[in-house]
Write a protein that binds this ligand. Structure first.
Ligand code: NAD
Length: 437
């Protein structure tokens, strides 16, 4: 199959490289010349485990190409994937579809023969209908069809998720689209990945419903964690105790500083906008969003409490800035609101993140960046563990305690055992560990 991938970000680049690895002939297109020049020179625009090797292997075999020229990328394509950003629109939380629609218009002008145009971007219900309209209005070749193929990969494990997905969802309204996508994904369902064919609108909604459900699990366990603190119970054990029930499952039941990242915050808001537009209340999702917003701001209060209620002139060390480990993505990371509030309270912040510094630096003015966890902790009154990178799991707590001015460890990911931290001379405060912290 000849595939054109429009948008070479976290989703487009990983999907394009994986499709090429299946043997398809893939051209990735991006408007950002810097990204494409870098890729042509073998430099990755994002940090994702295994991506560089996958890209260079397939580029050297001639199956994976990069260009800024959409018309060139689209030539003879059987399937044209749209994987551009759909950020939340400022102010109202609607998904900003301007990049998607601009891409659709360009595709219409560039196609020389019919193809299947596939949205991989997360788009609200009805976007496929609008893309079909734009294609027609801009004289796309007769027979061009539009399908929805939402992406469920997680940053940090993106290649594995793409190659061994729990399921592939294809929303299509015609047999040509179904056939082309069946062929595109054939290497995967040979490995028994279930492929689910639905209508286009249903596929669009599946993606939002999935993300809203996962966000619900997170907000739910975070509220349970607060209750644990009040009643003297341990949320780690509550999570395990409920997660072992197959009907519930153990995933997404880790209490923490609230969900962030480039998907859950914007997708829950966009789903609420769709529901509101249709006059269908989604009270659970509304509550999930509100709980998460409160949670993010409560994390700085937690640090302040440990420091006697006053952040003024305190020095706080922050470990981990990216929204989760194994990515450099800083979009909507919990560290951003935490650090902003610490600074507003008068604290100075020194931070360390294994790979996030480049993206974090412009977003976090006024903080200092340390070379490692121990350097960040030097002279700190409190150490706050925000992102559970593996390299923060085995820190020498005694050494940390010895370089700090104070002795507070605020562990927002429950990485450490309270007793272990206390033995090292640190005052431990985790999340939802009412009987211990
Ligand atoms: P991203 O911002 O990393 O990448 C988007 C890319 O599209 C950018 O490089 C941008 O330059 C390019 N672009 C925009 N308009 C273009 C155009 N007209 N022509 C060519 N290139 C264009 O975004 P992302 O994180 O990869 O997300 C893309 C979509 O996938 C979003 O809708 C997102 O919600 C969805 N998604 C993301 C993830 C994730 O983990 N990041 C997971 C599943 C789904």
């Amino acid at each position: 199959m000849r595939i054109c991938m429009i948008g070479t970000g976290y989703v487009g680049l990983v999907s394009g490289a994986c499709f090429a690895d299946f043997g398809h002939d893939v051209t990735c297109v991006d408007k950002d010349e810097g990204k494409i020049d870098g890729l042509l020179a073998g430099r990755m625009p994002i940090w994702e485990p295994g991506l560089e090797a996958l890209v260079s292997h397939n580029a050297s075999r001639g199956r994976l190409k990069f260009t800024t020229d959409l018309a060139e990328g689209i030539r003879d394509a059987d399937a044209v994937f749209i994987a551009v950003g759909t950020p939340a629109r400022r102010g109202d939380g609607h998904a900003d579809l301007s990049y998607v629609y601009a891409a659709a218009k360009e595709i219409a002008g560039a196609l020389t023969r019919p193809a299947v145009v596939v949205t991989k971007s997360t788009v609200p219900v009805g976007t496929g209908d609008e893309i079909a309209r734009i294609l027609k209005e801009n004289n796309a070749p007769e027979g061009t069809s539009v399908a929805s193929n939402p992406e469920f990969l997680r940053e940090g494990a993106a290649i594995r998720d793409f190659k061994i997905p729990d399921r592939i969802v294809v929303g299509a309204e015609d047999e040509t689209a179904r056939e082309v996508l069946r062929e595109v994904y054939r290497p995967l369902f040979l490995n028994k990945a279930p492929i689910l064919f639905t209508g286009r609108r249903t596929a669009e909604l599946i993606k939002y419903a999935a993300n809203a459900f996962l966000a619900t699990k997170i907000s739910f366990i975070n509220e349970v964690a607060d209750l644990c603190e009040a009643v003297g119970a341990d949320v780690q054990e509550v999570s395990r105790g409920i997660g072992l029930d197959n009907r519930i499952g153990p995933k997404f039941l880790h209490a923490g500083p609230g969900y962030g990242g480039s998907c859950f915050p914007k997708d829950t808001l966009a789903l609420l906008q769709t529901a509101e537009g249709e006059g269908v209340p989604m009270q659970i999702v509304s509550a999930v969003v509100a709980v998460n917003d409160q949670r993010k701001s409560a994390m700085a209060d937690r640090v302040a409490e440990e420091l006697g209620g006053d952040l003024k002139d305190k020095k706080v060390a922050v470990l981990g800035l990216t929204f989760k480990p194994n990515t450099d993505d800083m979009r909507d990371a919990p560290s951003l609101s935490l650090i902003r509030r610490l600074q507003e309270g008068g604290a100075s912040v020194a931070a360390f993140d294994p790979v996030g510094r480049e993206q974090a630096e412009p977003m976090l003015p006024g903080i200092s960046f340390a070379a490692d966890a121990y350097a960040a902790a030097e002279g700190a009154d409190a150490l706050v563990l925000v992102t559970e990178w593996d390299e923060f799991r085995g820190l020498d707590l005694k050494r940390l305690a010895s370089v700090m001015r104070g002795n507070n460890l605020v562990d927002l990911r429950n990485v450490y055992e309270p007793a272990e931290a206390e033995r090292a001379g640190l005052r431990y405060r985790g999340i939802g560990r009412g009987d211990l912290s």
